[in-house]
Design a binder for this molecule. Structure first.
Ligand code: SAM
Length: 484
Protein backbone atom coordinates (compact mmCIF):
# COMPACT_ATOMS: atom_id res chain seq x y z
CA UNK A 1 0.00 0.00 0.00
CA UNK A 2 1.25 3.51 -0.79
CA UNK A 3 2.10 5.52 2.30
CA UNK A 4 2.56 9.12 3.28
CA UNK A 5 4.32 9.72 6.59
CA UNK A 6 4.41 12.94 8.56
CA UNK A 7 7.45 12.96 10.78
CA UNK A 8 11.20 12.66 11.01
CA UNK A 9 12.38 10.15 8.45
CA UNK A 10 14.94 8.64 10.82
CA UNK A 11 12.25 7.58 13.27
CA UNK A 12 10.06 6.33 10.43
CA UNK A 13 12.83 4.40 8.67
CA UNK A 14 13.77 2.64 11.88
CA UNK A 15 10.29 1.11 11.91
CA UNK A 16 10.43 -0.04 8.28
CA UNK A 17 11.47 -3.59 7.32
CA UNK A 18 14.90 -4.33 5.86
CA UNK A 19 15.04 -4.88 2.09
CA UNK A 20 11.51 -3.54 1.59
CA UNK A 21 12.22 -0.75 -0.90
CA UNK A 22 13.46 -1.00 -4.51
CA UNK A 23 14.42 2.58 -5.16
CA UNK A 24 15.23 5.53 -2.90
CA UNK A 25 15.46 9.09 -4.14
CA UNK A 26 16.44 11.66 -1.56
CA UNK A 27 16.64 15.39 -1.95
CA UNK A 28 17.65 16.45 1.54
CA UNK A 29 18.66 19.89 2.74
CA UNK A 30 21.97 20.67 1.00
CA UNK A 31 23.76 22.43 3.89
CA UNK A 32 23.00 25.69 2.10
CA UNK A 33 23.02 27.71 5.33
CA UNK A 34 19.62 29.27 4.64
CA UNK A 35 15.95 28.80 5.41
CA UNK A 36 13.28 28.16 2.82
CA UNK A 37 10.11 30.08 3.46
CA UNK A 38 6.59 29.89 2.20
CA UNK A 39 4.77 33.17 1.87
CA UNK A 40 1.04 33.39 2.25
CA UNK A 41 -1.38 35.13 -0.03
CA UNK A 42 -5.06 35.50 0.71
CA UNK A 43 -8.25 35.98 -1.20
CA UNK A 44 -8.72 39.64 -0.27
CA UNK A 45 -5.62 41.08 -1.89
CA UNK A 46 -4.72 42.62 1.47
CA UNK A 47 -1.16 41.77 2.40
CA UNK A 48 -0.59 39.12 5.01
CA UNK A 49 2.74 39.62 6.68
CA UNK A 50 3.29 36.15 8.07
CA UNK A 51 5.87 33.85 6.62
CA UNK A 52 6.24 30.24 7.42
CA UNK A 53 9.45 28.35 7.34
CA UNK A 54 9.15 25.36 4.97
CA UNK A 55 12.40 23.97 6.27
CA UNK A 56 15.60 25.18 7.76
CA UNK A 57 18.96 24.28 6.22
CA UNK A 58 21.31 25.67 8.82
CA UNK A 59 23.26 23.38 11.09
CA UNK A 60 24.61 23.48 14.64
CA UNK A 61 26.56 20.81 16.45
CA UNK A 62 24.27 20.66 19.47
CA UNK A 63 24.77 18.20 22.31
CA UNK A 64 22.68 15.51 20.64
CA UNK A 65 24.55 15.68 17.31
CA UNK A 66 27.89 15.88 19.06
CA UNK A 67 27.13 12.69 20.96
CA UNK A 68 25.87 11.06 17.77
CA UNK A 69 29.10 11.99 15.97
CA UNK A 70 31.01 9.96 18.57
CA UNK A 71 28.48 7.14 18.42
CA UNK A 72 28.45 6.72 14.63
CA UNK A 73 31.45 4.30 14.56
CA UNK A 74 29.52 2.01 16.93
CA UNK A 75 26.34 2.30 14.81
CA UNK A 76 28.36 1.54 11.68
CA UNK A 77 29.82 -1.58 13.28
CA UNK A 78 26.35 -2.68 14.36
CA UNK A 79 25.14 -2.35 10.75
CA UNK A 80 28.09 -4.37 9.46
CA UNK A 81 29.87 -1.47 7.75
CA UNK A 82 33.52 -2.26 7.06
CA UNK A 83 36.22 -1.37 9.58
CA UNK A 84 38.04 1.04 7.23
CA UNK A 85 34.93 3.19 6.91
CA UNK A 86 34.44 3.14 10.67
CA UNK A 87 38.01 4.38 11.23
CA UNK A 88 37.70 6.93 8.48
CA UNK A 89 34.52 8.34 9.98
CA UNK A 90 36.11 8.57 13.40
CA UNK A 91 39.12 10.59 12.16
CA UNK A 92 37.04 12.78 9.85
CA UNK A 93 34.60 13.60 12.64
CA UNK A 94 37.42 14.48 15.04
CA UNK A 95 39.05 16.73 12.42
CA UNK A 96 35.75 18.49 11.67
CA UNK A 97 35.13 19.01 15.37
CA UNK A 98 38.11 21.35 15.32
CA UNK A 99 37.59 22.93 11.93
CA UNK A 100 33.95 22.97 10.87
CA UNK A 101 31.34 21.94 13.41
CA UNK A 102 28.42 23.02 11.19
CA UNK A 103 29.55 20.66 8.46
CA UNK A 104 30.01 17.91 11.01
CA UNK A 105 26.45 18.47 12.27
CA UNK A 106 25.14 18.15 8.72
CA UNK A 107 27.17 15.02 7.99
CA UNK A 108 26.08 13.35 11.23
CA UNK A 109 22.46 14.00 10.26
CA UNK A 110 23.00 12.58 6.77
CA UNK A 111 25.13 9.60 7.75
CA UNK A 112 22.72 8.05 10.23
CA UNK A 113 19.96 8.36 7.66
CA UNK A 114 21.92 6.90 4.74
CA UNK A 115 22.85 3.92 6.94
CA UNK A 116 19.11 3.24 7.42
CA UNK A 117 18.39 3.72 3.72
CA UNK A 118 21.02 1.14 2.83
CA UNK A 119 19.30 -1.34 5.15
CA UNK A 120 15.90 -0.68 3.54
CA UNK A 121 17.03 -1.32 -0.03
CA UNK A 122 16.43 -4.67 -1.70
CA UNK A 123 19.50 -6.42 -3.08
CA UNK A 124 18.81 -5.16 -6.61
CA UNK A 125 17.85 -1.72 -5.30
CA UNK A 126 19.35 1.71 -5.99
CA UNK A 127 19.70 4.97 -4.16
CA UNK A 128 19.85 8.38 -5.82
CA UNK A 129 21.12 11.14 -3.56
CA UNK A 130 20.45 14.64 -4.84
CA UNK A 131 22.76 17.38 -3.58
CA UNK A 132 24.80 20.29 -4.84
CA UNK A 133 28.50 21.12 -4.81
CA UNK A 134 28.27 22.62 -1.29
CA UNK A 135 28.77 19.24 0.36
CA UNK A 136 28.69 16.71 -2.50
CA UNK A 137 32.35 15.74 -2.01
CA UNK A 138 31.74 14.86 1.64
CA UNK A 139 28.51 13.02 0.87
CA UNK A 140 30.25 10.93 -1.79
CA UNK A 141 32.84 9.80 0.74
CA UNK A 142 30.05 8.78 3.10
CA UNK A 143 28.18 6.92 0.36
CA UNK A 144 31.40 5.18 -0.70
CA UNK A 145 31.86 4.00 2.87
CA UNK A 146 28.32 2.72 3.36
CA UNK A 147 27.67 1.24 -0.11
CA UNK A 148 31.26 0.45 -1.09
CA UNK A 149 33.21 2.68 -3.46
CA UNK A 150 32.63 0.25 -6.33
CA UNK A 151 28.87 0.57 -6.05
CA UNK A 152 28.68 4.05 -7.51
CA UNK A 153 26.97 3.72 -10.87
CA UNK A 154 26.90 7.34 -11.94
CA UNK A 155 27.48 10.86 -10.80
CA UNK A 156 24.66 12.59 -12.65
CA UNK A 157 24.83 16.27 -13.36
CA UNK A 158 21.47 17.96 -13.54
CA UNK A 159 22.15 21.02 -15.67
CA UNK A 160 19.61 23.81 -15.78
CA UNK A 161 19.32 27.37 -16.93
CA UNK A 162 18.52 30.14 -14.52
CA UNK A 163 19.45 33.73 -13.96
CA UNK A 164 21.99 34.22 -11.22
CA UNK A 165 23.24 37.44 -9.71
CA UNK A 166 26.33 38.91 -11.33
CA UNK A 167 29.49 37.75 -9.57
CA UNK A 168 33.17 37.23 -10.22
CA UNK A 169 32.88 33.50 -10.85
CA UNK A 170 31.15 31.18 -13.29
CA UNK A 171 27.38 30.86 -12.87
CA UNK A 172 26.32 27.88 -10.77
CA UNK A 173 24.01 25.94 -13.02
CA UNK A 174 24.00 22.35 -11.87
CA UNK A 175 23.08 19.93 -9.10
CA UNK A 176 24.72 16.59 -8.45
CA UNK A 177 22.88 13.28 -8.13
CA UNK A 178 24.83 10.25 -6.94
CA UNK A 179 23.48 6.90 -8.02
CA UNK A 180 24.61 3.92 -5.94
CA UNK A 181 23.38 0.34 -6.23
CA UNK A 182 23.24 -1.98 -3.26
CA UNK A 183 24.87 -4.84 -5.18
CA UNK A 184 26.15 -5.64 -8.64
CA UNK A 185 22.81 -7.27 -9.45
CA UNK A 186 21.01 -4.00 -9.78
CA UNK A 187 18.14 -3.19 -12.10
CA UNK A 188 18.84 -0.82 -14.95
CA UNK A 189 16.55 -0.01 -17.85
CA UNK A 190 18.50 1.76 -20.53
CA UNK A 191 17.02 5.14 -21.42
CA UNK A 192 17.59 6.86 -24.72
CA UNK A 193 17.42 10.49 -25.75
CA UNK A 194 17.13 12.20 -29.14
CA UNK A 195 20.37 13.12 -30.86
CA UNK A 196 21.17 16.76 -30.32
CA UNK A 197 22.02 19.18 -33.10
CA UNK A 198 25.52 18.70 -34.59
CA UNK A 199 26.07 15.54 -32.59
CA UNK A 200 27.59 13.66 -35.53
CA UNK A 201 24.85 11.04 -35.19
CA UNK A 202 25.03 9.87 -38.84
CA UNK A 203 28.14 8.10 -39.87
CA UNK A 204 29.11 5.56 -42.50
CA UNK A 205 27.85 2.70 -40.29
CA UNK A 206 24.25 3.65 -40.94
CA UNK A 207 22.17 1.99 -43.68
CA UNK A 208 18.56 2.37 -44.75
CA UNK A 209 16.11 -0.49 -44.27
CA UNK A 210 13.30 -1.40 -46.71
CA UNK A 211 11.14 1.41 -45.25
CA UNK A 212 13.82 4.02 -45.61
CA UNK A 213 14.62 4.09 -41.85
CA UNK A 214 18.28 4.60 -40.92
CA UNK A 215 19.85 1.95 -38.72
CA UNK A 216 23.17 0.37 -37.81
CA UNK A 217 24.08 -3.06 -36.57
CA UNK A 218 25.04 -3.33 -32.92
CA UNK A 219 27.30 -6.21 -31.95
CA UNK A 220 27.75 -7.26 -28.33
CA UNK A 221 29.86 -10.10 -26.99
CA UNK A 222 27.76 -13.24 -26.58
CA UNK A 223 24.70 -11.72 -28.33
CA UNK A 224 23.27 -11.90 -31.82
CA UNK A 225 23.83 -8.61 -33.69
CA UNK A 226 20.76 -6.38 -33.54
CA UNK A 227 19.58 -3.23 -35.27
CA UNK A 228 19.69 0.20 -33.66
CA UNK A 229 17.56 2.79 -35.39
CA UNK A 230 18.58 6.40 -35.61
CA UNK A 231 15.05 7.37 -34.56
CA UNK A 232 15.61 5.59 -31.21
CA UNK A 233 18.12 8.27 -30.29
CA UNK A 234 21.29 7.67 -28.33
CA UNK A 235 21.98 6.09 -24.95
CA UNK A 236 21.31 8.65 -22.30
CA UNK A 237 24.37 10.28 -20.78
CA UNK A 238 25.02 11.40 -17.23
CA UNK A 239 24.47 15.09 -17.91
CA UNK A 240 20.79 15.83 -17.85
CA UNK A 241 19.37 19.02 -19.26
CA UNK A 242 15.99 19.46 -17.66
CA UNK A 243 14.38 22.85 -17.07
CA UNK A 244 14.21 23.97 -13.46
CA UNK A 245 10.83 24.80 -11.87
CA UNK A 246 10.82 28.55 -12.38
CA UNK A 247 8.09 31.11 -11.77
CA UNK A 248 6.30 30.27 -15.00
CA UNK A 249 6.60 26.46 -14.83
CA UNK A 250 3.20 24.82 -15.26
CA UNK A 251 3.85 22.18 -12.61
CA UNK A 252 4.93 24.73 -10.01
CA UNK A 253 3.19 24.23 -6.68
CA UNK A 254 4.94 27.01 -4.85
CA UNK A 255 7.03 24.75 -2.64
CA UNK A 256 10.61 25.93 -2.35
CA UNK A 257 13.11 23.49 -3.91
CA UNK A 258 10.41 21.64 -5.87
CA UNK A 259 12.05 19.35 -8.45
CA UNK A 260 10.71 18.70 -11.97
CA UNK A 261 8.68 15.55 -12.59
CA UNK A 262 10.80 14.88 -15.70
CA UNK A 263 13.86 14.46 -13.47
CA UNK A 264 12.14 11.97 -11.18
CA UNK A 265 10.63 10.08 -14.09
CA UNK A 266 14.08 9.44 -15.53
CA UNK A 267 15.29 8.02 -12.25
CA UNK A 268 12.20 5.90 -11.74
CA UNK A 269 12.16 4.56 -15.29
CA UNK A 270 15.87 3.74 -15.23
CA UNK A 271 16.02 2.04 -11.83
CA UNK A 272 12.66 0.40 -11.14
CA UNK A 273 9.93 -1.58 -12.83
CA UNK A 274 6.14 -1.41 -12.56
CA UNK A 275 4.91 -2.40 -9.11
CA UNK A 276 8.26 -1.67 -7.42
CA UNK A 277 8.35 0.38 -4.22
CA UNK A 278 9.84 3.86 -4.55
CA UNK A 279 10.70 5.70 -1.33
CA UNK A 280 11.37 9.42 -0.90
CA UNK A 281 12.33 10.18 2.71
CA UNK A 282 12.43 13.98 2.11
CA UNK A 283 9.43 14.19 -0.16
CA UNK A 284 8.71 17.95 0.01
CA UNK A 285 5.72 18.65 -2.21
CA UNK A 286 5.65 15.09 -3.52
CA UNK A 287 7.33 15.18 -6.93
CA UNK A 288 8.54 11.58 -6.47
CA UNK A 289 5.03 10.55 -5.49
CA UNK A 290 3.51 11.97 -8.64
CA UNK A 291 6.23 10.46 -10.84
CA UNK A 292 5.59 7.08 -9.17
CA UNK A 293 1.82 7.31 -9.65
CA UNK A 294 2.26 8.16 -13.31
CA UNK A 295 4.52 5.17 -13.84
CA UNK A 296 2.59 2.58 -11.84
CA UNK A 297 5.09 2.27 -9.02
CA UNK A 298 4.15 1.90 -5.38
CA UNK A 299 5.34 4.84 -3.31
CA UNK A 300 6.27 5.86 0.20
CA UNK A 301 6.80 9.54 1.00
CA UNK A 302 7.87 11.14 4.22
CA UNK A 303 8.28 14.73 5.33
CA UNK A 304 8.77 16.44 8.64
CA UNK A 305 6.73 19.52 7.66
CA UNK A 306 2.95 19.43 8.03
CA UNK A 307 2.44 21.91 5.19
CA UNK A 308 4.32 19.57 2.85
CA UNK A 309 1.95 16.72 3.71
CA UNK A 310 -1.09 19.00 3.31
CA UNK A 311 0.18 20.25 -0.03
CA UNK A 312 0.65 16.69 -1.33
CA UNK A 313 -2.88 15.82 -0.23
CA UNK A 314 -4.33 18.98 -1.80
CA UNK A 315 -2.52 18.61 -5.10
CA UNK A 316 -0.96 15.28 -6.14
CA UNK A 317 -3.41 13.04 -4.32
CA UNK A 318 -6.41 15.07 -5.40
CA UNK A 319 -5.21 15.18 -9.01
CA UNK A 320 -5.21 11.37 -9.24
CA UNK A 321 -8.37 11.03 -7.11
CA UNK A 322 -6.63 8.67 -4.69
CA UNK A 323 -8.75 7.50 -1.79
CA UNK A 324 -7.28 7.35 1.70
CA UNK A 325 -7.47 3.84 3.11
CA UNK A 326 -7.95 2.30 -0.34
CA UNK A 327 -5.15 3.73 -2.47
CA UNK A 328 -2.87 5.04 0.24
CA UNK A 329 -2.52 5.52 3.97
CA UNK A 330 -1.33 8.53 5.85
CA UNK A 331 0.47 8.20 9.14
CA UNK A 332 1.85 10.51 11.78
CA UNK A 333 -0.77 13.30 11.67
CA UNK A 334 -2.25 13.39 15.16
CA UNK A 335 -5.78 12.01 15.29
CA UNK A 336 -6.15 12.21 19.05
CA UNK A 337 -4.89 14.25 21.98
CA UNK A 338 -2.45 11.45 22.90
CA UNK A 339 -0.95 11.56 19.41
CA UNK A 340 -0.75 15.35 19.58
CA UNK A 341 1.08 15.00 22.90
CA UNK A 342 3.49 12.59 21.22
CA UNK A 343 4.09 15.07 18.38
CA UNK A 344 4.81 17.79 20.94
CA UNK A 345 7.34 15.57 22.71
CA UNK A 346 9.05 14.71 19.40
CA UNK A 347 9.07 18.15 17.88
CA UNK A 348 7.49 21.15 19.67
CA UNK A 349 7.92 23.35 16.61
CA UNK A 350 5.96 20.98 14.35
CA UNK A 351 3.32 20.61 17.06
CA UNK A 352 2.91 24.37 16.97
CA UNK A 353 2.55 24.39 13.17
CA UNK A 354 0.15 21.51 13.14
CA UNK A 355 -2.16 22.98 15.81
CA UNK A 356 -2.21 26.49 14.31
CA UNK A 357 -3.00 25.21 10.84
CA UNK A 358 -5.66 22.91 12.25
CA UNK A 359 -7.53 25.96 13.51
CA UNK A 360 -7.14 27.77 10.16
CA UNK A 361 -4.30 30.02 11.30
CA UNK A 362 -1.09 31.24 9.70
CA UNK A 363 2.15 30.26 11.41
CA UNK A 364 4.78 32.83 12.30
CA UNK A 365 8.28 32.43 11.12
CA UNK A 366 10.56 30.64 13.52
CA UNK A 367 12.97 32.59 15.69
CA UNK A 368 11.21 35.91 15.21
CA UNK A 369 11.56 36.66 18.91
CA UNK A 370 8.16 38.37 18.90
CA UNK A 371 7.20 37.50 22.46
CA UNK A 372 5.10 34.38 22.17
CA UNK A 373 3.16 35.08 18.97
CA UNK A 374 3.21 31.74 17.20
CA UNK A 375 0.65 32.51 14.53
CA UNK A 376 -2.39 34.55 13.58
CA UNK A 377 -5.94 34.31 12.39
CA UNK A 378 -6.90 37.10 10.01
CA UNK A 379 -10.38 38.48 9.57
CA UNK A 380 -11.95 41.34 7.72
CA UNK A 381 -13.63 43.99 9.85
CA UNK A 382 -13.95 47.74 9.62
CA UNK A 383 -12.77 47.51 5.97
CA UNK A 384 -9.35 46.34 6.95
CA UNK A 385 -7.49 43.20 7.83
CA UNK A 386 -7.59 42.61 11.57
CA UNK A 387 -5.94 39.80 13.41
CA UNK A 388 -6.17 37.47 16.32
CA UNK A 389 -2.73 36.47 17.57
CA UNK A 390 -2.21 32.84 18.51
CA UNK A 391 -0.01 31.33 21.16
CA UNK A 392 0.57 27.59 21.51
CA UNK A 393 1.72 25.78 24.62
CA UNK A 394 2.32 22.05 24.67
CA UNK A 395 3.81 21.81 28.14
CA UNK A 396 2.76 23.30 31.47
CA UNK A 397 0.49 26.31 31.37
CA UNK A 398 -0.10 29.10 33.88
CA UNK A 399 -2.10 32.36 34.30
CA UNK A 400 1.01 34.37 33.36
CA UNK A 401 0.70 32.96 29.80
CA UNK A 402 -2.70 34.65 29.50
CA UNK A 403 -1.40 37.85 31.09
CA UNK A 404 1.31 37.90 28.42
CA UNK A 405 -1.37 37.70 25.75
CA UNK A 406 -3.21 40.63 27.31
CA UNK A 407 0.08 42.51 27.05
CA UNK A 408 0.27 41.68 23.34
CA UNK A 409 -3.30 42.96 22.85
CA UNK A 410 -2.42 46.26 24.45
CA UNK A 411 0.88 46.62 22.64
CA UNK A 412 0.18 45.57 19.06
CA UNK A 413 -1.82 47.73 16.65
CA UNK A 414 -4.43 45.96 14.50
CA UNK A 415 -4.57 43.05 16.93
CA UNK A 416 -8.12 42.77 18.20
CA UNK A 417 -8.09 39.37 19.83
CA UNK A 418 -5.83 36.61 21.05
CA UNK A 419 -6.16 32.82 21.02
CA UNK A 420 -4.41 30.37 23.30
CA UNK A 421 -3.98 26.71 22.29
CA UNK A 422 -2.90 24.21 24.92
CA UNK A 423 -2.60 20.49 25.35
CA UNK A 424 -3.62 20.78 28.99
CA UNK A 425 -6.94 22.03 30.37
CA UNK A 426 -6.58 25.70 31.49
CA UNK A 427 -7.00 26.38 35.19
CA UNK A 428 -9.83 28.45 36.65
CA UNK A 429 -7.40 31.31 37.22
CA UNK A 430 -6.46 31.26 33.54
CA UNK A 431 -10.10 31.34 32.44
CA UNK A 432 -10.69 34.30 34.81
CA UNK A 433 -7.66 36.06 33.41
CA UNK A 434 -9.00 35.55 29.86
CA UNK A 435 -12.50 36.74 30.84
CA UNK A 436 -11.03 39.89 32.36
CA UNK A 437 -9.80 40.91 28.89
CA UNK A 438 -13.44 41.63 27.92
CA UNK A 439 -14.90 41.69 24.42
CA UNK A 440 -14.18 42.91 20.94
CA UNK A 441 -17.38 44.25 19.43
CA UNK A 442 -18.08 44.34 15.72
CA UNK A 443 -21.45 44.99 14.04
CA UNK A 444 -23.27 44.44 17.30
CA UNK A 445 -21.68 41.03 18.00
CA UNK A 446 -19.44 40.50 21.01
CA UNK A 447 -16.35 38.31 20.61
CA UNK A 448 -14.24 37.37 23.68
CA UNK A 449 -10.92 39.21 23.36
CA UNK A 450 -8.99 36.22 24.64
CA UNK A 451 -10.17 32.75 23.70
CA UNK A 452 -8.80 29.45 24.96
CA UNK A 453 -8.86 26.17 23.05
CA UNK A 454 -7.49 22.84 24.13
CA UNK A 455 -6.33 20.26 21.61
CA UNK A 456 -9.19 18.09 22.81
CA UNK A 457 -11.70 20.79 21.91
CA UNK A 458 -10.07 21.29 18.52
CA UNK A 459 -10.55 17.57 17.83
CA UNK A 460 -14.20 17.99 18.83
CA UNK A 461 -14.52 20.63 16.09
CA UNK A 462 -14.48 23.74 18.27
CA UNK A 463 -12.74 26.72 16.74
CA UNK A 464 -12.17 30.47 17.13
CA UNK A 465 -15.15 32.79 17.39
CA UNK A 466 -14.39 35.84 15.28
CA UNK A 467 -15.74 37.79 12.26
CA UNK A 468 -15.27 36.40 8.73
CA UNK A 469 -11.96 34.63 8.68
CA UNK A 470 -9.60 35.06 5.76
CA UNK A 471 -8.38 31.83 4.26
CA UNK A 472 -5.06 31.68 2.50
CA UNK A 473 -4.75 30.23 -0.96
CA UNK A 474 -1.93 29.21 -3.19
CA UNK A 475 -0.79 31.57 -5.87
CA UNK A 476 0.66 29.97 -8.95
CA UNK A 477 3.78 31.54 -10.30
CA UNK A 478 5.72 34.39 -8.77
CA UNK A 479 6.69 34.03 -5.15
CA UNK A 480 6.13 31.00 -3.07
CA UNK A 481 2.70 30.69 -1.55
CA UNK A 482 0.92 27.94 0.25
CA UNK A 483 -2.66 26.84 0.10
CA UNK A 484 -4.02 25.95 3.50
C1 SAM B 1 14.80 19.93 -0.67
S1 SAM B 1 13.22 19.60 0.01
C2 SAM B 1 12.60 18.30 -1.01
C3 SAM B 1 11.88 18.80 -2.21
C4 SAM B 1 11.27 17.66 -3.03
N1 SAM B 1 12.25 16.89 -3.73
C5 SAM B 1 10.24 18.20 -4.01
O1 SAM B 1 10.41 18.04 -5.24
O2 SAM B 1 9.28 18.81 -3.56
C6 SAM B 1 13.65 18.82 1.50
C7 SAM B 1 12.46 18.38 2.32
O3 SAM B 1 12.95 17.59 3.39
C8 SAM B 1 12.12 17.81 4.52
N2 SAM B 1 12.87 17.35 5.69
C9 SAM B 1 13.94 17.95 6.29
N3 SAM B 1 14.38 17.21 7.31
C10 SAM B 1 13.57 16.10 7.35
C11 SAM B 1 13.52 14.95 8.18
N4 SAM B 1 14.39 14.79 9.17
N5 SAM B 1 12.57 14.02 7.97
C12 SAM B 1 11.67 14.18 6.94
N6 SAM B 1 11.68 15.25 6.12
C13 SAM B 1 12.61 16.20 6.32
C14 SAM B 1 11.82 19.29 4.47
O4 SAM B 1 10.65 19.60 5.20
C15 SAM B 1 11.67 19.51 2.97
O5 SAM B 1 10.33 19.40 2.59
Amino acid sequence: MNKLFYGDNLTIMKKMSSESVDLIYLDPPFNSNRSYNLLYKNTTGLPIPEQIEAFCDTWELDFEKSELASDIPRIMQEYGINADTVHFWHYMAEALRMTDTKLLAYLVYMTVRVIEMYRLLTKSGSLYLHCDPTASHYLKVILDGIFGAKQIRNEIIWHYKRYTAKSNQFQKLHDVIFWYSKSDEYLFNELREPYGENSGKMDSHYKQDENGQWFRWQKRKGQEPYKIYLSEGRRMGDVWDIPIINASAKERLGYPTQKPIALLERIILASSKEGDVVFDPFCGCGTTIEASIRNNRQWIGCDIAIHSIRLIQDTRIKKYALVEGKDYTIEGIPQSTEQAQYLFEQDPFQFQHWSIEKTGGFCSKRKTGDSGIDGRIYFEAENKLCSMVLSVKGGNIKPADIRDLRGVLEREPDVEMAGFISLHEPTKAMVQEADAAGYYEYQGVKYPRIQLLTINQIFEGKTWYCPSVVKAQRKDGGQTYLNI
